[in-house]
Write a protein that binds this ligand. Structure first.
Ligand SMILES: [Ca+2]
Length: 159
């Protein structure tokens, strides 16, 4: 479900950069794009101390999905994007500030929607880290993964 596909160079002006914050006292600079090797682009932005970052992508500005990436804190942040021939591609930052998060590891392990699933796990498996996922949704996900991947096995954790 996570799609991290493509950028069409001629549509660079159409890139949408947005953000949301649960508590956002500091401004966020825009993302800049530079062309890399064939069909690749680099998205760069200046990180803000204490801020957890996600990247969302869309091909229609209506349906957005999270790229399988979590970043944190100050300094130059970069994400490579590989063009896959999609005619339109949009990218935006999603971020939030949480004073209890002090490292990238904390940011990846955090659970702002309190559903028991870490940020990194959610974005790596097609979930929204800001939307509570019920146990039923999680079990449905496991069933879909199991059906799609014959090597995946469910197990009962050791007591
Ligand atoms: Ca979560």
């Amino acid at each position: 479900m996570n799609r991290f596909a493509s950028i069409v160079p001629s549509l660079l002006g159409s890139f949408f950069i947005g953000g949301s914050a649960l508590a956002d006292p500091l401004p966020q600079t825009q993302v800049s794009f530079t062309q890399g090797a064939l069909n690749t682009w680099n998205a760069d932005w200046a990180g803000v101390s204490g801020r957890t970052y996600f990247v969302q992508v869309s091909t229609d500005l209506v349906n957005w999905s999270f790229a399988p990436s979590v970043d944190f804190g100050s300094g130059l942040k970069s994400l490579g994007v590989d063009s896959g021939g999609v005619p339109k591609f949009f990218l935006r930052l999603e971020y939030y500030d949480d004073p209890t998060i002090t490292s990238l590891q904390d940011a990846m392990n955090a659970d702002p929607d309190e559903d028991g699933l870490s940020n990194l796990w959610e974005v790596s498996n097609g979930f929204n880290p800001f939307t509570f996922n019920s146990e039923a949704e999680f079990l449905q996900y496991l069933q879909n993964v199991s059906a799609a991947s014959p090597t995946f096995e469910l197990f009962t954790p050791l007591q």
